[in-house]
Structures are given as structure tokens and as C-alpha cells.
Ligand binder design. Structure first.
Ligand code: SAM
Ligand code: SF4
Length: 332
């Protein structure tokens, strides 16, 4: 086989990371993502099959996209998800296979997912208080999520485990110090993510963004922090507690955008390629996959779309338009 060129965009960024949504469905209704009543789900045959996902991931990895994160919706609600994970772990060129989950089904699936070859897990937890967790996710599920986390932590191959919390003004302030204490007393790295305009209710407003810097300052007052060196194209700024007890991270896409070294693309559950979380344009891959195009043809379609990858997002600029899709329909 002739050598395949790496995947790059028109701004000379090398694409190494794909976020693959395996379902748009979810068993939670987080305020910053879904409406309370849920969304109209995709029909079953609209969603890419395991075989289609396997082929697509293979084609991407042949172009140097070696990091694959499985997400959704809630990936663990996809039937037989551990079998899909095992299929993707075997795709040549896939070096890192990770999952982002709300943790609700981790108690059931952690063992099978680790055995399948998932080597990194991000678990979303916005509060450690049961009533506040319920308020944010609209599900009374904190004890179950924490049990899932404990189960996951028993597998050495699953570490490091990362916990994601969205920072929303008016909600997160009271969660900051308990989250920092959680990071100090468990083998988890807690990361705060700024609230982005990808919510179903379109209630996002700049004033609702609790910035990473504000959260960091609040923690630093109680537990002093020291910055760790930033890795290239890492989304999180990581700090360690000065007394050596654990680490904490901040993902600041709005207050400190990291678009300049973005190496990511996304594929939605129904096979639309998105080159930015905030893309207003997407490229259909399911049609070509089902029409039987060759791998070379598929690579050309992907290259062409990725070439036009957005230079940066325009949140907070005049004229910004929120994408039609919610975070759950994109794959965060
Ligand atoms: N259901 C899984 C979960 O919650 O971890 C995976 C999909 S979820 C869309 C992926 C991540 O996006 C989660 O960590 C969630 O907190 C985050 N997220 C969702 N909506 C967001 C928003 N509007 N702003 C920032 N992060 C958001
Ligand atoms: Fe579901 Fe994740 Fe969205 Fe919450 S953030 S509603 S768990 S997809």
C-alpha cells in the first residue's frame, strides 16, 4: 500500500484525535446539555453500525488519527457497547481508546470496558451532594455514579481516572471546595470545564460561565496550587496541590481558547463529520459509507472537510450563532 499522508487542516494543524459519538441517547438530562423532556432520538438504522464505526475509525487511523474517544449521548446506553469498544481497540493504528461517561452504568460495565481495551475514562460529576447532583442532572443518581467510580478504580489499567465538572455560575460555587477535597482524597483528577453555548434550552449567557480562573482562585485560597507544565494540544491546564496531595485541571475553552493547537474532529452518532464543536456546517460520512465508496474515496471526503476546519470558535464575538445541535447530539 502506498504511504498515506497525515490528516491536516488548512491552518496546518495535524489532526490526531477523533471524538466518536456512539449514540445520541442519554439516561440523564443535564441542564447544560439536554432539555428535561429529552430530545427526539435518532432511529436505530440512522445510527452508524459497529461495522461502519470500525471501518471509519480504521480509515481515520490510517491518516494518523490515533486517539479515539467514545462519547455520546451516554455511550454506555448503546447496546453491547463493550463489544464495540473491543472491536475498535483492535483497529490497527488506534493507540489510545477512551470513554467519556456519566458513570450511571459503570458499576455494570467497568470490568468489561477495561477488558475490551479502554485505557482512559472521563466520568462527569457536577456535584458531590445528592440533591444538587439531582438538580443538575435531573436524576437522583449520585450514589450509583460513585459506586461505579469505585468499581472502576479497582482496575489498575483504568488509571488515571478523570472527573469532569461543568462550571456554571449560580450552581458550581458551592461545589468547588468539596470537589477539590475529592481530588485530594481519591486517585482521580478533577477537571472543571467552562459552560459552553451548546445547551438544548439555549439558556447559555456569558454571565453564566464560571471561569476556570475564578474556580482556581477559590481553591487556591483554601488549598494552594502550583501550575504544572502544559503539554502541547492538551485542553486542560493542570495544577498540583502544593502539599503534594493530588492534582486538579481546568478546561477553559471560553476564557482561554485553545483553538490554535486543536487537533480534534468529531463524528456524530449518525455519521456527520464536524470539524469544530461550534461548526455550522457538517459533512455526511454515512451516505458514502453505505453507498460503498472505497477507503481512498472516504479519505478524500474526510480530507476535503478537514481542510476547511474552522480557525477558531467565535463565542463571545458579535454575530456568534449557537449550533442547532446540543452537546449530546454532537459528542462532547
Ligand atoms: N454522557 C457522557 C457524559 O456526560 O460524560 C458523555 C457525553 S457529554 C455530552 C460529554 C461532556 O460534555 C461531559 O463531561 C459534559 O459535562 C460536557 N458538557 C455537556 N454540555 C456542556 C456544555 N454546554 N458546556 C460544557 N460542557 C458540556
Ligand atoms: Fe447526558 Fe452527558 Fe448530556 Fe448529561 S452531559 S445529558 S449525561 S450526554
Amino acid at each position: 500500500m502506498s504511504k498515506i499522508d497525515p490528516l491536516t487542516d488548512g491552518h496546518r494543524r495535524l489532526i490526531r484525535d477523533v471524538r466518536v459519538s456512539v449514540t445520541d441517547r442519554c439516561n440523564f438530562r443535564c441542564q447544560y446539555c439536554m432539555p428535561a423532556e429529552g430530545l427526539p432520538w435518532l432511529e436505530r438504522d440512522a445510527v452508524l453500525s459497529f461495522e461502519e464505526l470500525e471501518r471509519l475509525v480504521g480509515v481515520l487511523s490510517s491518516m494518523g488519527v490515533h486517539d479515539v474517544r467514545l462519547t455520546g449521548g451516554e455511550p454506555l446506553v448503546r447496546r453491547d457497547f463493550p463489544r464495540l469498544a473491543a472491536m475498535l481497540a483492535k483497529v490497527p493504528g488506534v493507540e489510545d481508546l477512551s470513554v467519556t461517561t456519566n458513570g450511571f452504568l459503570l458499576e455494570r460495565d467497568a470490568e468489561a470496558l477495561v477488558a475490551a481495551g479502554i485505557n482512559r475514562f472521563n466520568v462527569s460529576v457536577d456535584s458531590l451532594q445528592r440533591d444538587r447532583f439531582f438538580e443538575m442532572t435531573r436524576r437522583d443518581a449520585l450514589p450509583r455514579v460513585l459506586r461505579g467510580l469505585e468499581k472502576l478504580a479497582t482496575f489498575p489499567d483504568a488509571h488515571p481516572i478523570k472527573i469532569n465538572a461543568v462550571g456554571m455560575r449560580g450552581f458550581t460555587e458551592t461545589e468547588i471546595v468539596p470537589m477539590a477535597e475529592f481530588a485530594r482524597s481519591h486517585p482521580y483528577q478533577v477537571r472543571f470545564i467552562e459552560f459552553m453555548p451548546l445547551d438544548a434550552d439555549h439558556s447559555w449567557d456569558p454571565s453564566l460561565v464560571l471561569t476556570g480562573d475564578e474556580i482556581r482562585a477559590a481553591i487556591h485560597e483554601v488549598y494552594p496550587l502550583e501550575a504544572e507544565p502544559r503539554e502541547p494540544s492538551a485542553t486542560a491546564r493542570v495544577y498540583r496541590f502544593a502539599d503534594g496531595k493530588g492534582r486538579i485541571g481546568f478546561i477553559n475553552p471560553l476564557s482561554e481558547p485553545f483553538c490554535g493547537d486543536c487537533d480534534r474532529i468529531r463524528v456524530t452518532a449518525e455519521g456527520k463529520l464536524r470539524t469544530c464543536l461550534f461548526s455550522l456546517h457538517e459533512t455526511d460520512l454515512r451516505g458514502p459509507l453505505r453507498e460503498g465508496v472505497s477507503d481512498d474515496e472516504l479519505r478524500e471526503i474526510i480530507r476535503d472537510a478537514v481542510w476547511r476546519k474552522e480557525l477558531k470558535h467565535h463565542v463571545n464575538e458579535p454575530g456568534f450563532r449557537q449550533p442547532e445541535r446540543t452537546m449530546s447530539q454532537i459528542g462532547g
